[in-house]
Design a protein around this ligand. Structure first.
Ligand code: SAH
Length: 390
């Protein structure tokens, strides 16, 4: 077995069980290997630390799969890990739709598997996990007898690993335009062309959190994508709902979703740039009872965090200005590098500029099928806040 020998001083991250071993943490590698191979990671004095896959093309040289010396990396290993991930979701009640495997948090670095009732979407974002794609596909067939498995590896990060981008069916003959049910509502999900794996499962619990505040309300939703929050608002008794998204295609889907649920008279969607129109509508003096914001990630780089914070402050300030006194702001951030504390302080700063006072209704994270590993930085990536704005 190839051995990757670490330097004498090991970072607390590695000691804490985080699976990433960076290039600059490696002292030497003994033996010949091909990128993607399973290797053993040992300390400078040759004590076993873990077993994982290697890639010399990546900044992260090894991603550890197991810290148990007795555990071999074979088909059974992947079966056990996927089964364990499924047991966890079932235990928490995520049986129909869920993120079945959330990469590192489920001990399967860079593997994403989303379950949409009888359909599955897979992403293998590192070479060492991509090698096991066929094994993983057969495990899903064995465990779930699915109608279809779709590969959404059209993700640029694969190129950093020396892999091409690709997408297409891996198992079954099926139309990738499917319908899922969430909280009793139906949504079209396009596994082939939808954003990410087709649907934002990470907000599934948060969509329920708007239940009371939207009753009888005039609601504005920005960054709506396929209208999930807005259709929930209509379902929970909103008087009127306007949703906006910059993507024409998202708006088309959102309007179809409204119709699918019989809310086409309550819910209207328009293709508009939220940054522009929120500003304009504020000047025009428009007022809503509830404003919901769910922008895309503003940055993935540490250097750009301040710019992201400025973006959050600006969009939330504009949202607050559109609220009647006592209205509710429902606001999210999926920027990994913006911590929950930083997000809260940014929203507070926006309120100060808007001369409004905030009362926190709830502050949540991504749904529990996207586990947060305590002690691992930035695994709590989604912040979801509801505040009453006086
Ligand atoms: N709330 C959605 C997910 C939103 S994803 C859900 O739960 O399903 C973010 C969305 O913001 C994307 O659909 C993207 O098209 C949209 N977007 C990005 N920039 C925008 C802008 N300037 N104005 C309006 N929408 C924008």
């Amino acid at each position: 077995m190839i051995k990757v020998v670490l330097k004498r001083t090991i970072s607390s991250r590695v000691l804490g069980g985080h699976p990433w071993i960076y290039n600059n943490e490696v002292d030497s590698v003994t033996g010949e290997y091909a990128d993607g191979d399973i290797v053993e990671v040992v300390t400078f004095d040759r004590k076993f630390l873990g077993r994982g896959y290697i890639n010399s093309k990546s900044q992260i040289r090894v991603r550890v799969l197991t810290h148990r010396q007795s555990e071999n990396i074979d088909d059974q290993f992947f079966y056990n890990r996927i089964l364990k991930a499924w047991e966890y979701r079932k235990r928490l009640g995520y049986t129909e739709n869920c993120r079945l495997v959330f990469g590192e948090a489920d001990g399967l670095p860079q593997l994403i598997i989303d379950k949409f009732n009888n359909y599955f979407v897979i992403q293998t974002l590192a070479l060492g996990i991509d090698r096991w794609k066929d094994v993983i596909t057969s495990i899903l067939v064995k465990l779930f007898n699915p109608l279809g498995i779709y590969e959404r590896n059209d993700v640029p990060v694969r190129e950093l690993e020396g892999m091409e981008q690709r997408k297409g069916p891996l198992y079954g003959e099926f139309d990738p335009k499917i319908v899922i049910t969430e909280n009793g509502l139906k949504f079209f999900v396009d596994l082939e062309t939808g954003q990410k794996t087709g649907y934002f499962l990470d907000q599934q619990d948060n969509r329920k959190a708007i239940k009371n505040i939207v009753q009888g309300a005039d609601v504005l939703g920005a960054f709506t994508y396929t209208g999930t929050f807005e259709i929930h608002a209509a379902h929970y008794g909103a008087k009127s709902v306007l949703g906006i998204d910059i993507s024409e295609n998202a708006v088309l889907q959102a309007n179809r979703n409204a119709e699918l649920n019989g809310y086409q008279d309550t819910c209207r969607f328009e293709a508009l740039n939220a940054f522009d129109v929120l500003k304009q509508w504020g000047r025009d003096g428009r007022q809503y009872d509830v404003v919901m914001l769910d922008p895309p990630s503003f940055t993935k780089s540490r250097e750009q965090v301040q710019k992201a914070v400025t973006g959050y402050k600006e969009i939330n300030l504009r949202g607050m200005k559109l609220l009647k006194p006592g209205g509710f702001l429902v606001t999210s951030s999926c920027t990994n590098l913006v911590s929950p504390e930083l997000f809260l302080s940014t929203i507070s700063a926006a309120a100060k500029d808007a001369r409004r006072q905030l009362r926190q209704v709830c502050f949540q994270a991504q749904s529990a099928d996207h586990p947060i590993v305590l002690g691992w930085e930035n695994t709590h990536y989604l912040k979801f806040l509801i505040v009453q704005v006086d």
